[in-house]
Design a protein. Structure first.
Length: 366
């Protein structure tokens, strides 16, 4: 069996090499055409900020978008958020409304998460970012900034600021182009970015930045609060997690980061269920989790047991029929915020990037 697996791995690598080579040539040619101005780039009459990455999978784009949107909002800058709406059942442009039934299906889980966290900020989805940006500005002409989610490779729309998120737990420098690896484009493409964000997530690791020709900031995850899934549940603080037993489940790109955040908060995770990113849970999945929860309660007599998930997962399951399986369980979503490791340094960099939007009175007060 081991030899068979090794043989298939060799065959896959041999087949993937020419595909990765052709893919790399296509990406280089496409970027060259944009750099030379031979492919059209559309401008919007406001500041456009792109948040993206160089790899497939999660790196922390949505948590950073939430940080940036709140930063802009606190300084009186009118900002909106535009996403493709990955995994949604609809097409075209749509403004996110959490009043609609099962909004995560309609708009995607990440736009719904942004809207639930920052309800006063306009949030929209559109595959065509140029058209989406134009329609968002038609509805909200006072917007000064549009933040684009996962748009580093979406070069049809002009960006005043490109921010690249790098997950330091998965080194880019040892990776390969898709399908051999997780890279969407060659590493040298990072030079298009105006700012690099090194996301340490929950690990206290530091990385040398002298090799980069762009400003670099380090960010990390912090658990900020617990969100009860049902109004009948009592509020709990993050401190209440310490030394508590729990079952966890999530459908995100990097489930290990969520699990590590729980361990860092002092939780004893008895069982964890990991699902694919953006996964829409079926009734049988939640029924399995429910049975496991009851088994620990009754057979093993574990008291004060919690059921924990991510905020993004709660957005996906809350307004579904399958959610009935968890209605009478103590289910909480763990809210995680992305924050700078060096606050003063981060403030200086963001003030420089957005200097033209900050009022003179505010700038003098710094």
């Amino acid at each position: 069996m081991h030899r068979l697996k090794k043989g298939w791995r060799i065959v896959w690598t041999v087949l993937a090499i020419p595909v990765a080579l052709l893919y790399g040539i296509f990406i280089l040619l496409r970027n060259w055409l944009y750099d030379k101005g031979w492919l059209r780039v559309h401008r919007l009459p406001c500041t456009v900020v792109s948040i993206g990455n160089l790899t497939l999978g999660g790196s922390g784009k949505t948590p950073f978008a939430l940080y940036l949107l709140q930063w802009l909002q606190e300084r009186g800058i009118q900002a909106g958020y535009l996403s493709r709406g990955y995994g949604r059942s609809t097409r075209g442009y749509a403004e996110v409304s959490l009043e609609k039934p099962n909004p995560a299906r309609l708009y995607g889980d990440e736009p719904c998460l942004v809207k639930s966290r920052l309800p006063t900020i306009p949030v929209a989805v559109a595959e065509n970012r140029v058209l989406g940006g134009q329609k968002l500005l038609q509805t909200y002409p006072s917007l000064q900034v549009i933040v684009l989610d996962d748009a580093f490779q979406h070069r049809r729309i002009y960006r005043d600021i490109d921010i690249l998120i790098i997950d330091v737990q998965h080194s880019l420098w040892k990776d390969w182009l898709f399908p051999l690896g997780r890279l969407r484009e060659p590493l040298r493409s990072y030079r298009r970015a105006h700012l690099l964000i090194f996301n340490r997530k929950t690990r206290a690791t530091s990385h040398k930045t002298r090799r980069f020709r762009r400003p670099v900031l380090e960010f990390e995850y912090q658990t900020t609060k617990l969100i009860p899934a049902h109004p009948s549940l009592p509020p709990l603080s993050i401190e209440a997690l310490r030394n508590r037993n729990a079952i966890s489940f999530c459908g995100i790109a990097t489930p290990d980061s969520f699990h590590e955040a729980l361990i860092k908060a002092g939780v004893y995770v008895l069982v964890r269920y990991d699902f694919p990113d953006h996964y829409f849970f079926k009734e049988r999945h939640l029924a399995t989790i429910r049975r496991q929860f009851r088994r620990f309660q009754k057979r093993m007599r574990i008291q004060n047991l919690l059921l924990l998930t991510t905020e993004k997962d709660l957005v996906r399951i809350r307004d579904t029929e399958a959610f009935a399986q968890l209605q009478d369980l103590p289910l909480y979503a763990v809210q995680i915020a992305m924050v700078p490791v060096k606050e003063a340094e981060a403030q200086k960099v963001f003030h420089t990037l957005f200097a033209n939007l900050l009022s003179h009175d505010y700038a003098r007060s710094l």
